[in-house]
Design a protein around this ligand. Structure first.
Ligand SMILES: [Zn+2]
Length: 134
């Protein structure tokens, strides 16, 4: 069996890498059990590689989603501040730990800069569309 493995290693360098990876496990089993060695299936190795790639992609997706969530939470906070609303619930949650449902738009003083960034253009468009004013 050893001679056959050596032959494979010599004639198939790609396989040799796998044998090197499996060697410690194979040797351990041989010593402990002293009987037929259960071989790690190369398909299992391939599956592990594929799963690691998928895992890597999923972690990258999670990182992107975290960044997107952080951006959108900041934008949500800015919009709430622009209209003087609770940043946690916009006054729509009576059990909100920040405002107990009192933080509706206009409850607080709208942030000057954020109001002019988000709300003023909307008011202009609103008036032009519904009342034909400037
Ligand atoms: Zn609230």
């Amino acid at each position: 069996m050893e001679a056959y493995l050596e032959y494979l290693k010599e004639h198939n360098p790609e396989m040799a890498k796998y044998f090197e990876l499996m060697q410690p496990m194979m040797g351990k089993n041989e010593v402990e059990e002293g009987k037929e060695i259960p071989r790690i299936d190369l398909e299992v190795e391939e599956r592990i590689k594929k799963l690691k790639k998928i895992n890597h992609k999923l972690f990258a997706m999670i990182e992107n989603l975290k960044l997107q969530l952080e951006f959108e939470l900041n934008q949500n906070d800015d919009l709430a501040k622009a209209i003087g609303a609770c940043t946690e619930c916009f006054g729509e949650d009576n059990e909100c730990s920040a405002c107990f449902g009192t933080g509706k738009p206009g409850n607080g003083i709208p942030d000057f800069i954020l109001f002019n960034k988000y709300i003023q253009p909307a008011i202009q468009k609103y008036n032009k569309h519904y009342f034909n004013k400037n």
